[in-house]
Design a protein around this ligand. Structure first.
Ligand code: 4AD
Length: 477
């Protein structure tokens, strides 16, 4: 007898076929009806047991969370709510689940409670739906780049350089913390450390990706990145996954086109392939909205929002235009913003980004040409001498989802910039080499994968779209 998964059985009309299925009990009603889920779909299959002929000790063990192996016949369902069901011939309890102790009961749990039980939360409808969507998005990322002639490049996770120059890195060391060796200046002597130099977990694979783009033409990395910033927000993680394409001979306009095309493709992919999960998540959002004040409710349903992104052009706006809009907008004039925008050069906060996207333009926005002094050292300087070819993609409900730029390809300009910022040139000798040997215009961007999953699933907190979130004071599991 063949084993089937629930997703396939629910599609089947091969009635009277005898099948084996394995999964976990979601609910057990009236000592007869088991709702069984095996993770292959958000839907459960109803398995109807012959109560009179099932031993009492087995019946007692059919509780929420128990793992079962069921042999049965696929039949058309007599009841409402499903088209097929299983008439159980034989049932084996593979692993029981004490209802007094099992935390995930068939009732509403708060997200806080589920985060504390992150090893079990995947057994709920909400988390299984999110993680199936996450998995599909991840596949779509590789599919898009493969179909468009990109090579996948694995950037190192341990690095000796600080790509963003923000100094928010986790150090990697095997030195004895109680007896750290010091050099003659009294500083930590990294020469005695594992790598013989100071090393950290990477904040971005970009600098290394540039080396590969300058030989393979079009590359992308998709790997874990780490930020030691003390940001306790619904959009920040200390460990997150970043997608970073890098393309030779492409300027900032090409970079904006790529980001827009890529985002639309992966969102369309989940719309086409994750219908059941998205339908469940849309209903979840509707329920959640009911408990919120009217002003905080979503203006669009999940499907509407995802289709909106696919169907509309992202609005491209220069930083200078954005500052003009912000300076003259109501919340700025009425001092409703926490950070008031007074002049050109101000760094935009998430409240400003969200105003532009959600209130002013009401669509995804790409801001470009930022002031040089609020952006990283590697971005290409414009002829005005004060702005750089940077771009950020801003999304409703999320804020910044992509950060990227055209890279400074001119050796002398880059060397000057590195010097002016007090970065040790020797650390970046290999990066400068790219500008010495066959330099060319090139660009790329980084998209925070969890922010994309947040958008696609409608989840409010980034900690709920990664299996085991790492954030300040939180690294369980
Ligand atoms: O804007 P960022 O810092 O850009 C870079 O790291 C560039 N080196 C990327 C490149 O050009 N190859 O980060 C890129 C994106 C952000 O737009 C955001 O979506 C995400 O990474 N991100 C975070 N996501 C979750 N938690 C955090 N702490 C994040 N910091 C950035």
């Amino acid at each position: 007898m063949q084993r089937f998964n629930v997703a396939d059985l629910l599609q089947s009309d091969n009635f009277l076929q005898e099948v084996i299925l394995k999964g976990w009990v979601r609910t057990f009603r009236s000592n007869r009806f088991i709702a069984l889920n095996d993770g292959s779909t958000i839907k459960n299959i109803q398995c109807v047991i012959d109560f009179e002929n099932t031993p009492e000790d087995i019946l007692k063990k059919i509780t929420t969370g128990a793992a079962l192996s069921i042999k049965g016949t696929l039949v058309e369902s007599q009841g409402k709510g499903q088209t097929v069901e299983i008439q159980v011939l034989d049932i084996e309890v593979l692993g029981d689940s004490n209802p007094e102790e099992y935390p995930i009961q068939p009732k509403k749990h708060t997200f806080e409670f589920l985060r504390e039980n992150a090893h079990l939360r995947i057994r709920t409808n909400t988390f299984s739906a999110i993680m199936r969507v996450r998995s599909s998005l991840s596949f779509a990322v590789h599919k898009y780049f493969t179909e468009n002639g990109f090579y996948n490049f694995h950037a190192p996770i341990i690095t000796g350089s600080d790509a963003e120059g923000a100094g928010e890195m986790f150090s990697v060391s095997t030195m004895d913390k109680k007896n750290t060796p010091l050099n003659e200046n009294g500083d930590i002597d990294y020469k005695q450390d594992f790598f013989g130099k100071e090393t950290n977990l990477t904040v971005s694979g970009q600098l290394e990706a540039e080396t590969y783009a300058m030989a393979l033409g079009k590359v992308y990395t998709f790997g874990p990145t780490f930020r030691a910033e003390n940001s306790n927000t619904t959009r920040h993680l200390a460990e997150f996954w970043m997608i970073e394409p890098e393309v030779a001979f492409m300027d900032l306009d090409g970079n904006m086109d790529l980001a827009e095309d890529f985002i639309k493709y992966v969102i369309k992919y989940v719309l086409d392939n994750c219908k059941d999960d998205l339908e469940f998540l849309e209903q979840r959002l509707i329920q959640e909205d009911k408990s919120k004040p009217a002003a905080q409710r979503s203006e669009m349903g999940l499907f509407e929002k995802l289709n909106f992104v696919i169907d509309n052009n992202f609005k491209r706006v220069s930083y200078t235009e954005a500052i003009d809009i912000l300076r003259n907008c109501k919340p700025n004039k009425k001092k409703k913003f926490q950070y008031i925008i007074n002049e050109w050069g101000a760094d935009l906060q998430s409240e400003h980004e969200r105003f532009l996207v959600e209130k002013h333009f009401k669509c995804p926005v790409i801001l470009f040409d930022y002031p040089a002094n609020i952006k990283a050292f590697y971005m290409r300087l414009n002829d005005d001498g004060k702005t750089v070819r940077a771009m950020d993609v801003l999304f409703p409900g999320i804020g910044e989802i992509v950060g990227g730029s055209q890279r400074e390809e001119r050796f002398d300009v880059l060397k000057e910039k590195i010097k002016a910022l007090g970065i040790d040139e020797k650390e970046l000798w290999w990066y400068l080499d790219l500008r010495k040997f066959g330099t060319a215009v090139h660009s790329g961007f980084g998209l925070g994968f969890e922010r994309l999953v947040q958008f696609a699933t409608g989840m409010g907190n980034i900690r709920d779209v990664i299996p085991f979130p790492r954030a300040p004071q939180s690294a369980d599991f």
